[in-house]
Design a protein around this ligand. Structure first.
Ligand code: NAD
Length: 516
């Protein structure tokens, strides 16, 4: 099998048998263990559809062992000094840097994205790990001295217990790295369930964390689908769940986890609009739009999948098509590849049918990637860059998240009209405006109800000192991922009010009224 050859041939710096074998291991109590499950799923290379490995649906006993390990170790880990925890993550960020190319190779093999993009996937997660190294400042409490005579109040930020993360297939490194490093550096232990379609990277990240000195049991990894998710939502030891993925799963997990009294943060689907004003820098805008619509084959929650051309900008369509047509579709590990395959044949079929739905409803396909052929990879899940114009907000291809290399194009007469379209769409994940007019940019950023907004920046994913947010159907919960919000999600506050009186101020009788 080509995949296995690749795995064993890679000159990896860390000796990592866990992902070089064709069965994906569980990571329980510091050991990479073979599951005893009778149920396994195949993992495919999306560029060839060859089976490259298998992943188990962990048994109930295995999931219990993982959460028990987290619970047991929590008592020592939460009391480990913050400086010791910081040191582990300082070493961890260096190990990730040292192994970025190997991590990227594994991502490309399992997920399909280009090697350069896979490195970006690791790099954006690495930035979050680097930020966790500031935990000694991030976790500071507050103090207010002398709230009354001899009395002071101060707060501690404390960990909350065992936390869990459930991740999607599209960012095998970045999204797990949004979760467990933040959770763990705060003193929590962590149970991760990576996407069953790309489980290898999470295990490699776990091995690097172990090499960085994380004690056994601080991170446990289970695999599976619905049963594993239900287990996480229901187990009483798990206090918080971080989820990133589709609305179908995210809304369900938010509801089930919340009903069980857990904190849940749930980042979900998107339909991100790029609003192009006629005064924008044309060259820059068209290149940004094409990169953001088709990079990672459109399988990014921040992909700019919808363009709204305002006024005269509608005349830029032919040049947009020309640029998109110049992108090279190929397997992610091939030199010069711009657009890799979709994750599965089902994803390809779904994307193709959404393009067809546009045609059926009266849209025009100006660039059609449905029949793209990639030499040597005829069985891969490839769809070439596709541009669908004359789209209106009532069409299925506009309403549904396509999650493929498809840009749907709408037109608007004014900025106000464009803002109305954006705010009427149910999703509020990301958006961008392209303009040279500061007043238009300001109006847009203030009036759109969207989490991440770019001004001449097509994919405005916030750096880790800020937080990745999202509004409306793109997010459930009230505390976002990473940054200050991430610290808040993974900690709880204890407020201490203390009084140290001088001898002569001792109370002479019981105080039965509220102090005023
Ligand atoms: P997905 O929802 O299919 O899978 C995500 C996780 O949920 C996986 O671990 C999977 O095992 C589990 N899962 C899947 N279906 C489930 C169900 N019915 N019940 C319970 N658990 C289930 O998502 P995906 O296809 O892996 O990822 C793509 C989606 O993720 C897109 O919608 C994309 O927009 C979204 N996404 C959002 C963000 C964000 O930050 N907003 C980031 C990346 C991806």
């Amino acid at each position: 099998m080509k995949g296995n050859v690749l795995r064993t041939a890679s000159k990896i710096k860390i000796k990592l048998m866990v992902y070089m074998t064709s069965t994906t291991k569980l990571f329980i109590d510091g050991k990479f263990v073979e599951s005893k499950s009778p149920e396994w799923l195949d993992i495919h290379n999306p560029a060839t559809n060859e089976v490259i490995g298998r992943v188990p649906k962990a048994t109930h006993e295995e999931m219990l062992a993982a959460v028990d390990s987290c619970s047991r170790v929590y008592h020592t880990w939460s009391e480990t000094s913050i400086l010791a925890r910081q040191q582990i993550f300082l070493r961890y960020q260096q190990l990730i840097k040292d192994n970025i190319k190997e991590l990227a190779k594994l991502i490309t093999l399992e997920q399909g994205k280009t090697l350069a993009d896979a490195e970006g996937d690791v790099f954006r997660g690495l930035q979050v790990v680097e930020h966790t190294c500031s935990i000694t400042s991030l976790m500071l409490g507050e103090t207010l001295p002398s709230i009354t005579k001899d009395m002071d109040t101060y707060t501690y930020r404390m960990p909350i217990g065992v936390c869990a993360g459930i991740t999607p297939f599209n960012f095998p490194a970045m999204i797990p790295l949004w979760m467990f490093p933040m959770g763990m550096v705060c003193g929590n232990t962590y149970l991760l369930k990576p996407s069953e379609r790309v489980p290898g990277c999470a295990l490699m990240l776990a091995k690097l964390l172990q090499d960085a000195g994380a004690p056994d049991g601080t991170l446990n990894i289970i695999h599976g689908q619905h049963n594993a998710v239900n287990f996480i939502c229901d187990h009483p030891a798990i206090k918080a769940i971080s989820f990133v993925g589709s609305n179908q799963a995210g809304e369900y997990i938010y509801e089930r986890g919340s009903k069980n009294g857990k904190r849940v943060q749930s980042n979900m689907g998107a339909k991100n609009h790029g609003v192009v004003m006629p005064d924008a820098n044309k060259e820059n805008t068209l290149n940004q739009l094409v990169g953001a619509a088709f990079g990672a084959a459109g399988q990014r929650c921040m992909a700019l999948s919808t363009a709204i051309l305002v006024g005269e900008a509608r005349n830029w369509l032919p040049e947009l098509v020309e640029r998109a047509n110049g992108l090279r579709v190929n397997a992610g590990d091939q030199p010069g590849a711009d657009v890799g395959p979709l994750i599965s044949p089902q994803a390809k079929e779904r994307v193709n049918s959404l393009i067809q739905s546009g045609v059926d409803e009266g849209a025009k396909v100006l660039l059609d990637g449905r029949n793209v052929k990639v030499k040597g990879y005829e069985n891969g899940n490839f769809v070439g860059p596709t541009i669908v114009s004359n789209v209106t907000p009532d069409m299925k291809c506009y309403k549904e998240e396509i999650f493929g290399p498809v840009l749907v194009v709408l037109e608007a007469d004014s900025l106000d009209d464009a803002i109305k379209i954006v705010n009427k769409n149910p999703y509020g994940n990301g958006t961008a405006i392209f303009t040279t007019n500061g007043a238009a940019a300001r109006k847009y950023t203030h009036e759109v109800d969207v989490g991440q907004i770019g001004v001449n920046v097509p994919i405005p994913v916030p750096l880790p000192m800020f937080s990745f947010t999202g509004s409306r159907a793109s997010f459930r919960g009230d505390t976002n991922f990473y940054g200050k919000q991430g610290i808040q999600f993974y900690t709880q506050i204890k407020t201490v009010t203390s009084q140290w009186k001088a001898e002569d101020a001792t109370l002479k009788s019981p105080a039965v009224t509220m102090p005023t």
